[in-house]
Design a protein around this ligand. Structure first.
Ligand code: G16
Length: 542
């Protein structure tokens, strides 16, 4: 490691004085103009991680659902999963050291992690469509190369595509080809294979309107479209040609505001969906004949998929261990439906797909979705082998069911939640089941709920336990929440500091929308008073 060269080049990517950042729910995120040094340093870190694991490491330059002015970086570990927790700590430490301490910090990490500095390092890089992303990805490359690492820059990619590339490269192409073309071919082949098995086509409409949040998902879906048409035709809106990234559109906006995105014309009962800015989340929705908007979020996506997989497992007679993983944001109705009607065990983890993904790996089939639409399904190697074997051995309907399962395995992104692959799975399931979007929505009725954000001076004064459902600090906050919850029927509420935005998130459920809104507002006021609220007092709406 040429420490002098690192010091010399590091000054070209100087850290702003006093700036402290933390590797949060999904990497670093803040205003783009504060991130140059972080990108350079994450290039250095990725090269070290690559040497230590003797594998390709990924770096995605994106701030996902955040506003266009923000940016961020997510590091991807060898099997396409999120960075290991100990390396998250190294990342935070390296991002925050002052220039004069850089050499020591790098040496410390190398020693602690027993990094073989003679080993080759290889890093793959992707970026979203933010105006700042290209320059920031150059800073990443600078970091990688200063440390003697090699790289491949994929340019514009969705985040899940980058995870896919890393997974493919580290499994010698067994998972798929590490090219954009390879991604399209693998997923489209599985999708077309599935829809060919549909004997009827549900509501007869294989057209889907997709709000792409004015992000990279639009570019990639356009490129991919001809691979899966005519089985599915997608009408893209918010494709980045006019509007601003994530502004009044995208999965995060639709989910948190419970209203359609701008720029989307919805005819009654038309199936529509929204991606977020880097296409790792998806939510569905429609307007009924009376004009009412119906949101179908990650919880209902998990329910549709779980019931479909359970039916197939029953058909092939395999008793594989299935589990559904949610977070505290999961609607109470969804948890009850999964546990009581579908008899599937449900587990709750902290927010962040890294936590859900980890838990899902404990099952033969681990279905994980956050309510915000971020999720996928993981199949253990044993379950995969068993299913592929049965697809050869069984006959008649049982064989058909095993073949459907085989295609489902290939269609889900096994590395991370992926809006494009989830969309294709959902479309295939609806076609195979002959199910309309209304029938899907009618599986259960959501308990009315509301999410709000509160700005406080330091959101870290709030700490939580019990998968973020209880506040430990500041003193008195949990008691205040408990007192407020008692005022409403069928209610619950929790607060937690966001790991991607400088806000505290508030969630409330109650027996009516009015009560949920009112409870969320009252809890927001408690946060404002007890956790050092700044700016204006929280408003009853957004
Ligand atoms: C990221 C994470 C998600 C998480 C979301 C919000 O999503 O990958 O798992 O739910 O942030 O996290 P928080 O509430 O801590 O801000 P994305 O799509 O923004 O990368």
């Amino acid at each position: 490691m040429d420490l002098d060269a690192i010091t010399k080049y590091s000054t070209l990517h100087a850290k702003p004085n006093g700036l402290l950042l933390q590797y949060g729910t999904a990497g670093f995120r803040t205003k783009a103009e504060h991130l140059d040094h972080v990108m350079f340093r994450m290039g250095l870190l990725a090269a070290l991680r690559s040497r230590q694991t003797k594998s390709t490491i990924g770096i995605m330059v994106t701030a996902s659902h955040n506003p266009e002015e923000d940016n961020g970086v997510k590091l991807v570990d060898p099997l396409g999963e999120m960075l290991a927790p100990t390396w998250e700590e190294h990342a935070t430490c390296l991002a925050n050291v002052e220039e004069q301490d850089m050499q020591r910090a790098l040496t410390d990490i190398s020693e602690k992690e027993a990094v073989d500095l003679l080993q080759d390092a290889f890093v793959v890089i992707g970026r979203d469509t933010r105006p700042s992303s290209e320059k920031l990805s150059q800073s990443v490359i600078h970091g990688v190369t200063v440390l003697g690492g090699q790289f491949h820059d994929y340019g514009l990619l969705t985040t899940p595509q980058l995870h896919y590339m890393v997974y493919c490269r580290n499994t010698n192409g067994q998972y798929g080809q590490a090219t954009v073309e390879g991604y399209y071919q693998k997923h489209a082949k599985a999708f077309v294979g599935l829809t060919k098995q549909a004997s009827y086509t549900g509501d007869g409409c294989r057209t889907l309107k997709v709000d792409c949040a004015n992000g990279v998902g639009a570019l990639k879906l356009r490129e991919m479209e001809h691979y899966f048409s005519p089985e599915l035709s997608v009408l893209l809106c918010n494709d980045g040609t006019k509007g601003k990234l994530n502004h009044l559109c995208g999965a995060d906006f639709v989910k948190s505001h419970q209203q359609p995105p701008e720029g989307m014309e919805m005819k009654p009962n038309e199936r529509c969906c929204s991606f977020d800015g880097d296409a790792d989340r998806i939510v569905y929705y429609y307007r009924d004949a009376d004009g009412h908007f119906h949101l179908i979020d990650g919880d209902k996506i998990a329910t549709l998929i779980s019931s479909f997989l359970k039916e197939l497992l029953l058909e092939i007679g395999e008793d594989l261990k299935v589990g559904v993983i949610q977070t505290a944001y999961a609607n109470g109705s969804s948890t009850r439906y999964l546990e009581e009607v579908m008899k599937v065990p449900v587990y709750c983890t902290k927010t962040g797909v890294k936590h859900l993904h980890h838990k899902a790996q404990e099952f033969d089939i681990g279905i994980y979705f956050e309510a915000n639409g971020h999720g996928t399904v993981l199949f253990s190697k044993v379950a995969e082998m068993k299913i592929r074997q049965l697809a050869q051995e069984l006959e008649g309907n049982k064989r058909k069911a095993a073949q459907i399962l085989e295609n489902i395995i290939d269609l889900f992104n096994q590395a991370i939640g992926d809006a494009i692959s989830d969309m294709l799975v959902i479309e295939a399931i609806l076609a195979l089941k002959g199910m309309t979007v209304q029938q899907w929505d009618a599986l259960y009725t959501d308990i009315p709920n509301r999410q709000l954000k509160v700005k406080v001076a330091d959101r870290q004064v709030i700490s939580t336990t019990d998968a973020e459902r209880q506040a430990l600090t500041p003193p008195g906050l949990q008691d205040a929440i408990d007192g407020l919850v008692k005022k409403y029927r069928l209610s619950r509420a929790f607060v937690r500091p966001s790991g991607t935005e400088d806000v505290v998130r508030v969630y409330a459920e109650a027996d009516s929308q009015e009560s949920a809104d009112s409870l969320a507002h009252e809890v927001s006021l408690a946060v404002f008073q007890l956790a050092g609220g700044v700016e204006e007092r929280p408003q009853p709406s957004f």
